[in-house]
Structures are given as C-alpha cells and as structure tokens.
Design a protein around this ligand. Structure first.
Ligand code: DHB
Ligand code: FE
Length: 283
C-alpha cells in the first residue's frame, strides 16, 4: 500500500468513526445519569490522575503536553479510536463477566448497522478483484442448552486485505465486506469472505503520535467482527482471530482471548473454518 493511501485513510477514519458514534450511540452528556454514580466515578478518576502526578513528579512541560494532546485528539476525531483501543476491553470484561455462552470482545469503532442481508449460505459483498485468501466461515448459533437458534441475525464486518474498513477508509464500496446473515432452520450459517489483513491504527493522527512517543506499536491482529442477536437472548459482540497471525500475542487493543482464535484449513479454493456461537438467555 502506498504512503499516500495510508495518509488519506488515517485522516478519514477518525472523523468517520466520530460521526458514526455520534449518530448511533451518543447520549447527551450527563442526561439521565445518576449524580451519585457520576460523583463516584469521576472523583476516583481524577484522584487516580492526582496520584500519578505525585508518584511520578509530573512537570509543567508534561502537563502542557497532555493538554495539547487531549485537545488534538478531539480535533482529529480520534476519541473513538483511542477509547476503543485502550479502554473498551476492560468495560467488555466487566459487563460480560457472568456470561455462560461464547466469549465476547470489543466492538471497536467501525460497526455500521444495516448491512445488506444475505441468506444463511452467502457471500459478503466484495469487489470483483477483492484481494486476499478466500475463507469459508461456517457454524451454528445456539442457546446455552444447545438449542439451535433459527433466524438469528449474524452481523459481520471486517477489514480488507489492506487492513482497511469500508465507510471509514476512502475509495472502498459502501458495504464492502459487511453483511447481515440470517441463520437457517437449524441455526446454521456459511459465509464466504476473504481473510482480512492485520489492522494498523492510523499513524498520522493523535493516537499515532502517542504510540510513537511511548515507543509502542500500532497493530491489531487480523480479525473478523460479529454481532449476533436472537429474540430472548443477550446479543453477543465478538471478534475472531487467526492462529499464528501477526500481533495475535500483542494486540494494541488487548482484545484477543484464547477462545476467539480460529485455525482455518485449506479446502482447495482457499481456507475454511467452523465456529459456533452460543448466546446467553436475555437477563
Ligand atoms: C480500532 C479498530 C478496530 O478495527 C478494532 O477492531 C478495534 C479498535 C481502533 O482503531 O480504535
Ligand atoms: Fe476491527
């Protein structure tokens, strides 16, 4: 991929992710919040920052560096990227701690509702010359007692062979590698797609500057995203990774779990793998 493509992409993804979040999820700040809860959480957050400042004898130079960085992350539209990479995985851990069904993991900033519907055996929308190894991904959606969930909705989205997401990077058809699959009478699905490439957080924005300043890396391992829902069940948001793939052991977003690693096998035209999803009953 050329340097110019990367640059254009980085600028676009943050802004699109912010717009997407504001459209789908944002509540008015503080609206409906329990003030006791706000008091507890914000007081403890601020106190934790005070403790760090004392413990590390933070200087005015460092305080001002933090101030400019916080200003720039908003200007770059990179709050969704920052929060979903460094914070979301702990929220996900806490919220799903008592689940008995399949493991979930972070949603990330690139989910878009309303992807085109495919049959239970279908192919994700892709370009005629879509690059990457073909992958046949199949399995079954059940409840925790093993009952098949016919008509469950499996929403799937992923990066392409350049690690880029449609609707967030420029120049990719709107619903490329995004689809809504409805399971058959036995809760089964079989989706043809391509194996995504590892994803790199845009390096030319505020998150990239933080990563460079701290000497970290910007990579997530290649992954497929899913949201699975069925009436009477808790929706499951998860991702699946590829065994032995780059950065499987050092995901910048810390969102890999051993239960979420696929081991696809060659099937002649590409690879195939089976994975079953188990949904908890609605609480
Ligand atoms: C980010 C991107 C992803 O594709 C993902 O799955 C999680 C986080 C991000 O850039 O914040
Ligand atoms: Fe992702």
């Amino acid at each position: 991929m050329s340097e110019t493509t990367l640059k254009a992409t980085a600028a676009a993804s943050g802004a699109s992710a912010t717009e997407r979040f504001l459209t789908d999820k944002a509540a008015a700040p503080g609206q409906g919040a329990d003030s006791k809860r706000v008091d507890t959480l914000v007081t403890e957050l601020i106190t934790a920052v005070h403790d760090i400042i004392r413990r590390h004898q933070v200087t005015y130079e460092e305080y001002n560096a933090l101030k400019s960085w916080l200003i720039s992350i908003g200007e770059d539209g990179e709050w969704p990227l920052f929060l979903d990479v460094w914070i979301e995985h702990v929220v996900e851990e806490v919220v799903t701690a008592t689940r008995k069904g399949s493991k979930g993991t972070i949603e990330g900033p690139y989910y878009v509702p309303g992807a085109p519907t495919l049959a239970a055996a279908g192919t994700l929308p892709m370009r005629d010359d879509e690059a990457g190894t073909l992958l046949l991904f199949r399995g079954q959606v059940t409840g925790v007692t093993g009952e098949p969930l016919a008509g469950a909705l499996l929403e799937m989205w992923q990066a392409d062979d350049d690690g880029l997401y449609a609707q967030f990077a420029p120049g990719i058809p709107e619903w490329n590698l995004r689809g809504s699959i409805v399971t058959d009478g036995e809760g089964r699905f079989a989706v043809t797609t391509i194996q995504p490439a590892p994803y790199q957080i845009p390096t030319d924005g505020s998150c990239g500057r933080l990563i460079a300043a701290a000497g970290w890396h910007a990579w997530r391992p290649a992954h497929l995203h899913f949201k699975i829902s069925a009436p009477g069940h808790e929706p499951l948001t998860t991702q699946l990774y590829f065994m032995g793939g780059a950065h499987i052991e050092d995901d910048v977003a810390d969102a890999v779990k051993p239960e979420l690693i696929l081991d696809p096998r060659p099937n002649g035209s590409g690879n195939e793998v089976t994975y079953d999803f188990v949904l908890d009953p609605a609480s």
